[in-house]
Every structure is written in structure tokens, then in C-alpha cells.
Design a protein. Sequence first.
Length: 191
Amino acid sequence: MTEIEIKAHVYEPLAVEKTISQFAGEPRRLEKKDEYWAHPENGKRVRIRVETEFDSGGKTASVRKMIAYKRKELKDTVEINDEIEFSIDSQDDFQAFLSDLGFAPKDRKQKKTLSWTVAETARPPITIELSEVEPIGWFVEIEILMENPGEESIARARESLMDTLARCGVSETELETRYYTDLLADSAKKM
């Protein structure tokens, strides 16, 4: 699956949440705890994510453990990732497996997320996430998933992403092309 996405800084999260909810409905409430493992020789990275979804009362509704490996590419302000993602039962067993392959824990990230899916007939569904990433702030991520997109499909997806960003009330000037792990590393250096 290919993930085509943009992300942008958000400075008024309550206003953006209200704007998105007006056209996308009620959001899902999630917490995503990510641990990145890296191989010291080849630089390959694997993400282990524990995703907790909460019901409207704030109680845990479900917990999923997922693995992701991405081949990343940045075109202009759009991230295009070939992504392999699957669920696991035991995080400890998978960490032992990675350790045996020479991987070591590298970075951690935690996001509190509101997530919407916008399914319009003229395009693939769009996922919008409004997330607080401690300590670097609030972001909106907008994503389209496609199977083997060509350049024309990517161009149309980029247009849909930018249109959706505008619908969210966020300016293109707030687009962020750096990865969260780089932003977190920069933040740690400043402390």
C-alpha cells in the first residue's frame, strides 16, 4: 500500500477540531505510542505501535499492536511512503526478534489523536488526524492510501490533500516536511 500524506503545524487545535468535525463528523479518539527500532549497519527502521482507542466516555475500547516498515520519499511537501503494516500479538516477542536481527531501540513518540475518515465518491477515502505530539505541539496529518499509484494519481492525491488542508482551516504555509523523529531530536537538543 502507498501512503500519500501531508502534515502541518496547528496553533489553534480547538478551532481546527471544530472545523473538521463540521464536515467530517465525530472523531475517533486514539493514543498512539510508537517505538522505533533501527539497524546500526544498514539504517533500516521498524516502528512498533501500540494504539489505544477510547470510547466517548474516555474508557479503553480497543488496543492494537502494529508493526510498520516504510520506504519514504518526499516530493515537494508531500510524503509518499510504500508501507508494510501488520498486527502482532506480543510486543515482547517481536522486540526479541528485532534484537536477534541486530536492531536496537532508537526513538519514541507519543500522540494523542483525533481521527476522521472522509469518504467522498470522487476520490479514495481521506484520513485526517489532529494530534498533539509532546513536546513539539499540534499537527494535522492528512492521508490517502492507494495501490501502486502512478504520477497522475499522485498529482490528484496531492490536490485532494491540499484541498482538505484548506477545508481544515490550516494554511499551506504551515506544512512541515521533517519527520516527527527529527522534530523530536531537534526539540531535545534545545532543552
